[in-house]
Design a protein around this ligand. Structure first.
Ligand code: UTP
Length: 482
C-alpha cells in the first residue's frame, strides 16, 4: 500500500494536500482507508480532466456534417442465414453476457443495488432475477453455457454478491456468474479540489459504463472468455427488465457482417426525448447525448410527416468482439471523458456533512458507446420495437419509471395470453384489467408462450404470475368476471 509520505508527496504535487486535513484525528484503520483511496487515484488523468473541464471550458466537438446512420428496420425480413448464424453462434458457446450494474441509481433512490430492485409487480422479482431467467431459457434452448459477467462498483459489490449468494445464483452456477469491479473517480469541486465524503474517504463516483472496457481487461474477463471459446459479448444495462439478452437475430447480423461492435437503436418518440442518438459525424459513428441537442440543432429536425429525422435512439444494447475490447483498451488513454455538474454531498473543513441543494461539483464518467470511435468495420445498427425490449427504469414514476416498466409488462404479456387463447379482460382504455407476470425462463417471446400453452386455459379473471415450469405461482382473487 502507498505510504503516508508517498501519498502526501503525490497529493501535494497535484495541489490536493487538503485531503490530509483530518489526518491528525484519524485512527490507524481510517488512515489506511484514506491511503487506499489515494492509491486508487490516477492523478495524471485527474489533472488532465481538471485542466480541461474545471479550469477551462473546452468548445464542443465540431462536426462539418452529421447524418442519420444506416439502420436495419425492426420489421425487416431477415434472411434465413441471419437467424441460423445467430443460433449457431449461441449453440457453439461463442457468446458471453456482459451486464453493467455499477451505477449509483441516484434517481431511483433505492437503498440497495439497482439490480436488486423488486420490479416484478406480483412476485417482487428483481431485475437480476429477470435477466438470470432469460439466460436459463437461452441455455436450455441452445444447449450452451452463457457465462455472465456483471460489472459492479466498489459501492455495491458486496451487496450484489451477497444477493446472488442468497439466491443460489438463480440456478446458473456460481462459476458461470462473475463479478468485476469498475474503478472509481474522485469528485472535484469548482475550485478544482477533490471532495471528501468523510474525513477518511474521498467523494468518488464509478467511472461510467465506459469503465467496463478497462474493467473487462483488468479483471480477466477477456482471458476467461477466450479460455471458454467465447469471442462475442452481449452487453446490456441492469435497469431494463425487458432487454433481449444474447438476441440470436442481433448476433446473426453481427456475425455475418463481420462487425466489431454492433448497436441496437429505437425510434425516438419526439425530438427532445432524453436519449442519446446514433449518428454519422463526418463519416464516423457517434452517439450524441441528449444534453447536447442544442449544440447540434439539426438533431431536432422532423420530416414532412412530423417524424424525427435523427431517430436512432440509443437503448445501450451492444455486441462487442473480445478482440475489439482488447484494442479499445490499448487506446484507452484517448477514450473521451464526460463531465456532469451535480449535487455532491461533502464534508466541510469542520467535518460537518453538507448536502447541497444546488450542483456544487463535477463527476467524470466514460460512456461505452464512445467505443464506436475505434471501429474499423462498419457496425450493425439494428432497430428494435420498444415493447418487449426496452423499458429502462430510472425513477419511480413518470417517463422511464417503475410504474411505466410494470405497465409495459402488462401490455406485453396480456397480448401473449390473448394469442394463447386466454383473452385478458380489459379496462375501458383497453389496458389489461389484471396484473400479469410470465417468467422468462418459461417463455421468452409470444411464440414460445403460445406453443407451451397448447391445451391450457389460463385463469385470467384475477391477477396471475406464471413460473419457470408453467405453473401458477400466484393468482390473485378473482377481480373480474370469468
Ligand atoms: P445510468 O447512467 O442510467 O445511471 O446507468 P444509474 O446508476 O442507473 O442511475 P442514476 O443516473 O444514478 O440515476 C445506465 C446503466 O449503466 C450502469 C448502470 O448500473 C445502468 O445499468 N452504470 C452506470 C455502470 O455500470 N457504471 C457506471 O459508472 C455508470
Amino acid at each position: 500500500m502507498l505510504t503516508e509520505s508517498a501519498a502526501r508527496k503525490r497529493a501535494s504535487y497535484y495541489n490536493q494536500d487538503h485531503v490530509f486535513h483530518f489526518w491528525g484525528q484519524l485512527n490507524a484503520a481510517e488512515r489506511e482507508q484514506l491511503l487506499t483511496d489515494l492509491e486508487e487515484v490516477d492523478f495524471p488523468l485527474m489533472q488532465r480532466l481538471i485542466d480541461k473541464w474545471v479550469l477551462d471550458e473546452p468548445p464542443p466537438e465540431h462536426f462539418n456534417h452529421i447524418e442519420p446512420i444506416p439502420v436495419i428496420p425492426f420489421d425487416a425480413p431477415d434472411a434465413k442465414e441471419t437467424w441460423e448464424a445467430g443460433e449457431t453462434t449461441l449453440h457453439d458457446g461463442r457468446v458471453g453476457i456482459f451486464l453493467v450494474a455499477g451505477g449509483q441509481g441516484t434517481r431511483l433512490g433505492f437503498s440497495g443495488p439497482k439490480g436488486v430492485y423488486p420490479i416484478g409487480p406480483l412476485t417482487q422479482k428483481s431485475f437480476f432475477q429477470y435477466h438470470a431467467e432469460k439466460i436459463l431459457n437461452l441455455q436450455r434452448r441452445y444447449g450452451c453455457s452463457l457465462p455472465w459477467y456483471i460489472m459492479v462498483s466498489r459501492a455495491n459489490a458486496e451487496a450484489t454478491r451477497a444477493y446472488f449468494n442468497k439466491n443460489d445464483y438463480f440456478g446458473l452456477g456460481q462459476k458461470n456468474v462473475q463479478f468485476i469491479i469498475q474503478r472509481m473517480v474522485p469528485c472535484v469541486d469548482t475550485a478544482a479540489k477533490f471532495m471528501l465524503e468523510t474525513p477518511c474517504h474521498l467523494a468518488t463516483n464509478p467511472n461510467g459504463h465506459g469503465g467496463s472496457i478497462p474493467a473487462m481487461v483488468e479483471n480477466g474477463v477477456l482471458d476467461d472468455a477466450r479460455k471458454r471459446g467465447i469471442d462475442l459479448l452481449s452487453y446490456f444495462q441492469v435497469d431494463n427488465w425487458a432487454a433481449k439478452v444474447a438476441d440470436p437475430r442481433f448476433i446473426g447480423y453481427h456475425v455475418l457482417r463481420n462487425a466489431e461492435m454492433s448497436s441496437k437503436n429505437h425510434r425516438k418518440n419526439h425530438p427532445r426525448e432524453a436519449v442519446g442518438v446514433h449518428c454519422l459525424c463526418d463519416g464516423k459513428y457517434h452517439v450524441i447525448e441528449y444534453s447536447e441537442l442544442d449544440i447540434y440543432p439539426q438533431l431536432l429536425q422532423t420530416d414532412a410527416h412530423g417524424d424525427v429525422v435523427y431517430y436512432a435512439g440509443n437503448p445501450a444494447m451492444h455486441i462487442f468482439t473480445v478482440d475489439f475490447i482488447q484494442r479499445v483498451y490499448e487506446h484507452f488513454d484517448s477514450f473521451p471523458w464526460h463531465r456532469a455538474f451535480k449535487k455532491i454531498p461533502y464534508i466541510d473543513e469542520t467535518g460537518v456533512l453538507v448536502k447541497p441543494k444546488k450542483p456544487n461539483g463535477y463527476k467524470f464518467e466514460t460512456f461505452v458507446f464512445d467505443a464506436l470511435r475505434f471501429i474499423q468495420h462498419p457496425p450493425v445498427g439494428l432497430e428494435i420495437a420498444r415493447e418487449g425490449e426496452y423499458t429502462p427504469t430510472k425513477q419511480y414514476d413518470g417517463d422511464n419509471s417503475v410504474v411505466a416498466a410494470r405497465k409495459s409488462m402488462n401490455s406485453l404479456w396480456s397480448k401473449w395470453l390473448d394469442a394463447a387463447g386466454s383473452p385478458v379482460p380489459r379496462q375501458a382504455n383497453s389496458e389489461s384489467a389484471i396484473t400479469i407476470e410470465i417468467c422468462p425462463a418459461y417463455a421468452l417471446n409470444q411464440n414460445e408462450f403460445v406453443e407451451k400453452s397448447a391445451g391450457k386455459t389460463w385463469p385470467v379473471n384475477g391477477d396471475l404470475a406464471i413460473d419457470a415450469d408453467g405453473n401458477l405461482q400466484y393468482t390473485g382473487p378473482a377481480t373480474v368476471p370469468a
